[in-house]
Design a protein around this ligand. Sequence first.
Ligand code: T1G
Length: 701
Amino acid sequence: MSEVVRLERRGDIALITVNNPPVNALGVAVRAGLQQAFERAEADTEVRAVVLLCEGTTFIAGADIKEFGKPPQSPSLPEVIEIIEGGSKPSVAVIHGTALGGGLEVALGCHYRIARPDAKVGLPEVKLGLLPGAGGTQRLPRLAGVAKALDMIVSGQPIGAAEAVEHRIVDELFEGDLVEAGLAYARRMVEEGRAPRRSGEQTAGLEGADNAGLIAAKHAEVAKRMPGLFSPLRCVAAVEAATRLPLAEGLKRERELFVECLQSPQRAALVHAFFSERQAGKVAGLPADVSPRQIKSAAVIGGGTMGVGIALCFANAGLPVKLLEINDEALGRALQRARDTYGASVKRGSLTEVAMEKRLTLVQGVTDYAALADVDLVIEAVFEDMGVKQQVFERLDAVCKPGAILASNTSSLDLNAIAAFTKRPEEVVGLHFFSPANVMRLLEVVRGERTSHEVLATSMALGKTLKKVAVVVGVCDGFVGNRMVFQYGREAEFLLEEGATPQQVDAALRDFGMAMGPFAMRDLSGLDIGQAIRKRQRATLPAGLDFPTVSDKLCEAGMLGQKTGAGYYRYEPGNRTPQENPALAEMLEAASREKGIERRTLDEAYIIERTIYALVNEGAKILEEGIAQRSSDIDVIYLNGYGFPAFRGGPMFYADSVGLDTVLAKVKELHARCGDWWKPAPLLEKLAAEGRTFSQWQAGE
Ligand code: T1G
């Protein structure tokens, strides 16, 4: 037997164990091992039942995603599952951890399934731009019914074991040892004389309901909610085939649809996003022997939107957190904000009252710095002004215990300068959360010149604890995400001077897949933020460069966005739906006139190139300067902090897919027409000339 699949005899029971760390993925060795084990169990006349289970933390978590895009190797997973399901002896899958994708499909090929109460089962293929390609779209509806199958396959969300029992996906729950439970169940199957139960013969799930109506409704929902996505509609089509065709035909139809998804550029982008997120957690150059400190308590300075959001991240992770404000009145407002934030979740049904109260007990309001003497980590989230940061860090340095980490949530100020306010610069790090901090997954971990390896490793581990996607970035104005979004926003605004309206630009970028257009985003966060940044940046702006003027005109008119009822758009009181701002047209005309620009109609492709390529060119500069470790880290930042569409992989992956020579040609054209904002990044020129991609450069190819 292979070392990843073991076959043992326990009396008249065949015990098949998969052991392929870290998640028992169905690589070719596992598939071949499973085929051999089940064939040998079938041929062994002494064997009367078969148990399949896994070692390690989880049951099989799916196909080996690393194999996608490579030439297929036999046996295929459908072939293996056909052998499992075709066995003449009853088989049982013993599920712990997560049975996902091909893992659940293997379990559905077994005749029975038992699971630990805390186990989960799911078909997340749609999140990778795929669909369950080894029978999941055909077997699950036969067991759980079309409605549940559609929900699970189109959402990709796993369900708990108890719910799986409710929907006949799992037969029963068990506690205790996997092997003992599996053997006991197998012995029961033998004693009861149970025959193999093949899902192809199970049609209960397909009868009775108005399946055609369910399919049509889900199709309409997907077309409306996930425009532009390739695989969800094919998921629906595959399940539709199950309602119409016998199993063998349905499996053929599923395979056709699966291959379509496998070959789509969206699958390549989503798989890139999956692995990039995991790679981002690895910090190049960290010595292997560096272990993170344990963070058992924290404090947040500043009870504004960000400070409260950050404090809730700790409470959500079950960690006690002190929230410091300057006086009781401000503290009262902050604690009320915390309660209101949780209250909104309770209202939405995503949090129970009991859980809310439990988490709120973890948030302790304080007004005296002395209360911070014992905490392991402090995060400053006060006003973005160096003078205020200095006061805070000098006090923290004086009060906090040796070994306490002092972090700043600054979104663009110089972390090295902040560290220099303390006597412990090696303990200072940037932890840049994104608003709303208790919701957005991205966390930029800003590595100062003096930040120690241990503090860096602790910050990355804290990111995992807080369920964030932590990405290491270097010190510069805006670090990675904001530095790139400055370029993107500026170019979007220049388009307004050339002839576009905010509606046109926002619509073009939403069609591209961005969660929100740049102008709706600016109205949401407030135009005064950009104004303050431009004011600071003007001081060091290279000669010949200047900013667009529309945003400043709006600020001068007191139109700061949603918070003042008007910005690029107008808003009815209490209503966030953007309406046309009648005052804007004149400002646009004036902005164009002042620059001698003849306004013209801009097409969507130009809007996308002008904004997305601005991200790419700046990303290339960031890579050259070593501010980001990898081009895929930049993708992870943009996917998780700025609403870039995952089905395009991120700005750098997208540029690779367009072709860096194409991108460079457009950058050069814009450089000639629009000036040095568009100076091509040398790395972009180099890779385009060599016919390489950012991914190849990152891999050292
Ligand atoms: N293939 C290859 N490697 C995988 C993998 C997979 N399916 N899943 C995880 N890894 C690696 C991951 O890259 C990381 O590697 C390590 O395992 C730990 O992962 C035919 C076609 C199972 C819930 O989509 O959701 O089946 O960084 O950090 O937080 O229809 O991994 O250590 O080198 O995420 O404990 C469907 C994807 C595939 C499941 C565990 N299955 N995985 O989470 O660990 S398509 C999935 C996860 C398919 C069939 C179709 C999670 C997890 P490294 P991790 P975790």
